[in-house]
Design a protein around this ligand. Structure first.
Ligand code: ZN
Length: 272
């Protein structure tokens, strides 16, 4: 198949930097893995989408290699992993991926036409692995199929305590997980803006929740926030290359804890 016909291009405003960036996706050779290329920088440095390249997890996952950085990689990487794309060259002309509508729907549509490669088999998880911070945790348990279960608990009544559980499957990813959008709490927005974050956030690319309820309904699912957190978890675990077969269970977690779990899984896979 002609690779050029499979080239995919998407652009939009990025969440934190608030700048317009363009992403071009190309199939890569088997074994190359998923990697970013900062085509706007001298010599177009590559940044592997691997756990050892994580440089920051503040509100989004940021990867780096040398001086080059790429941020908010999780929605695209979740999509590639869930749809079985193990190898991809992701060219980007700026420091952060476009947020699009806050979900992964447009990434799914873009990649739908690609030939998928079966991910290389990975040994299933042998032992439970957990990380926690207070009562927030992410855990992985040995299982015969890969499942993700996510719980969140917010004081805002419109969010409250909600859960979602989903078994890894490319068909249902497109309809059950990818459409779930980024969400934000109205009372944190001014603070985050003052920190130089979420400059590109808007009512078009994130659900915003206030004390009286959602500011920009309707929701796509009653538990859309829990599903979005699950999407983020899949994206962060995809930094392992192939996600080991296991049941992943997270509660009130964050990119930081997701990445910590991935690091611990990587250590468990590496004989010392
Ligand atoms: Zn997200």
């Amino acid at each position: 198949m002609n690779e050029l016909t499979q080239t995919i291009q998407l652009s939009g405003v990025s969440l934190h930097a608030g700048v317009e960036t363009q992403v071009r996706l190309f199939p890569a050779a088997a074994g190359e893995g998923r990697y970013f290329v900062r085509v706007d920088l001298p010599d177009a440095p590559q940044i592997p989408a691997r756990i050892d390249a994580v440089v920051s997890t503040t509100l989004s996952t940021e990867l780096g290699q040398g001086e080059a950085r790429v941020r908010t990689v999780e929605h695209l990487l979740a999509t590639l992993a869930a749809l079985g794309v193990s190898d991809a060259r992701i060219e980007i002309n700026g420091p952060e991926l476009p947020l699009l509508d806050g979900s992964a729907v447009q990434w799914v549509e873009a990649i739908a036409a690609w030939d998928k490669t079966q991910p290389a088999p990975v040994a299933p998880l042998a032992q439970p692995i957990t990380v926690h911070a207070g009562d927030a945790f992410v855990a992985a348990f040995p299982a015969s199929r890969t499942r993700f279960t996510y719980g969140i608990d917010f004081e805002l009544p419109a969010i409250g305590n909600q859960w979602h559980s989903w078994e890894l499957d490319s068909q249902s990813f497109a309809t059950e997980i990818a459409p779930a959008r980024t969400f934000a709490l109205a009372h944190q927005i001014e603070y985050l803006r003052a920190q130089g974050l979420i400059k590109g956030g808007s009512l078009e690319n994130a659900l915003v929740c206030g004390s009286e309820g959602w500011i920009n309904p309707p929701l796509r699912f009653a538990n859309e926030p829990a599903r979005h957190k699950l999407l983020d978890l899949v994206g962060d675990l995809s930094l392992l290359g192939t996600i080991p077969v296991a049941h992943y269970l997270a509660y009130k977690a964050s990119h930081h804890l997701h990445v910590q779990l991935a690091q611990k899984i990587r250590e468990s896979q590496t004989p010392d």
